[in-house]
Design a protein around this ligand. Structure first.
Ligand code: NAD
Ligand code: UFG
Length: 338
């Protein structure tokens, strides 16, 4: 199939491009590069030895989006393009609503106009809010505490309403848990802007000596060791989940959790990283971070049964691949500067 991947130069999008190309699909990427670099497209070509068509466009620009559909016979869309920093979304709600909601609307309109029936949407476990773990797709969603989360919940509702009246529209809503790690080549991975706010990129920068120590946000949660529990998933497993979702698309809206189904505490993740990579991660316990929940992990039985998808990689691979990319990326970064 010919698949339009919006946000395909970004972290999850780039890994999904690899999985799509390896599964034999043709890939068109649309990205405005607001949080990524065009070099990533070359790295994807290098890894897969396949071509990619790249459009440097903003998905909120209807004319630019229409041009892609006029130029190519698109079979389906995977819509990653969005702003994703939770804290920033509280500071700049208008930017987040405009970018994330308008992007979804413009792409859904293009589907209607050009008769495209397949749509895969990047959602987040954040839409569950503070629910009972494990999170199941049928749960009543709780209000999210930030505009970013709201854009995901709203986009889910928009796509659901469209599919109600357009009977042939097939939508797969994928709720990601905590994507970490990198492609095993070490050529592409997560490149956060400035000081990372997520745990794994922070840990890799501490390992590198770029940051002195990790701050563990709270050890007084009612969890096994008192630190927050999350469902970390290797980004290549997540990428392969998109190929599975695309292959199994059926009319209507179908929601799937993409996670491992297992919770890992912050302290467990630190230990796993140290063991996998033979490095030390100094840390100190500080106060809880505002807005954090104690536990977040998925019930993954629906994705297993209906998509015939399950994760292949564990914590060791997540930690090893994240570290390999961090070392490679910084090294090549320095080479470019000299
Ligand atoms: P990312 O920032 O690395 O990738 C997003 C890409 O979209 C970037 O390349 C950016 O340049 C592009 N983009 C943003 N707005 C655009 C626009 N208007 N037009 C064109 N391109 C645009 O983020 P990611 O981690 O790869 O996340 C991908 C998707 O997954 C997002 O929708 C995000 O909300 C969702 N998600 C991510 C996580 C996570 O922890 N990384 C968790 C749950 C859901
Ligand atoms: N943590 C620390 N120190 C840090 C960073 C994080 O102790 O420096 C802890 C957090 O308190 C939490 C865990 O590590 O217990 C994971 O935190 P992350 O920031 O890596 O991830 P979150 O679960 O808070 O949020 C992520 C994405 C959100 C998404 C959510 C659910 O950043 O966008 O997963 O999918 F909504």
């Amino acid at each position: 199939m010919m698949i339009l991947v919006t946000g395909g130069a970004g972290y999850i999008g780039s890994h999904t491009c690899i999985a799509l190309l390896e599964a034999g699909h043709t890939v068109i990427v649309a990205d405005n590069l607001c949080n990524s670099k065009v070099e990533t497209i070359d790295k994807i070509k290098q890894i897969t030895n396949r071509e990619i068509i790249f459009y440097h466009i903003d998905v909120t620009d209807q004319t630019a989006v229409d041009t892609i559909f006029l130029n190519h016979s698109i079979d389906g869309i995977i819509h990653f393009a969005a702003l994703k920093a939770v804290g920033e979304s509280v500071e700049e709600p208008l930017n987040y609503y405009c970018n994330n909601i308008v992007g979804t609307l413009i792409l859904a309109k293009a589907c209607e106009k050009f008769g495209v029936k397949r749509f895969v949407f990047s959602s987040s476990a954040t839409v569950y809010g503070e629910n009972e773990v494990p999170f199941v797709e049928t749960m009543k969603l709780q209000p999210t505490t930030n505009p970013y989360g709201e854009t995901k919940a709203m986009s889910e509702r928009i796509l659901t309403d469209i599919a109600k009246v357009n009977q042939e529209f097939s939508v797969s809503i994928l709720r990601y848990f905590n994507p970490v790690g990198a492609h095993e080549s070490g050529l592409i991975g997560e490149v956060p802007n400035g000081i990372p706010s997520n745990l794994m990129p922070y840990v890799t920068q501490v390992a590198k000596g770029k940051i002195k120590h990790l701050r563990v946000f709270g050890d007084d949660y009612s969890t096994l060791d008192g630190t927050g529990i999350r469902d970390y998933i290797h980004v290549m497993d997540l990428a392969e989940g998109h190929v599975a979702a695309l292959n199994k698309l059926k009319a209507g809206v179908h929601v799937y959790n993409l996670g491992t189904g297992e919770g890992t505490s912050v302290l467990e993740l630190i230990k796993a990283f140290e063991k996998a990579n033979g490095v030390e991660i100094p840390f100190e316990i500080v106060d809880r971070r505002q807005g954090d929940i104690a536990e977040c992990y998925a019930d993954v039985s629906k994705a297993k049964q209906e998509l015939n998808w399950t994760v292949k990689r564990g914590l060791v691979e997540m930690c090893r691949d994240a570290w390999r990319f961090e070392k490679n990326y910084r090294a090549s970064d320095m080479l470019i500067k000299h």
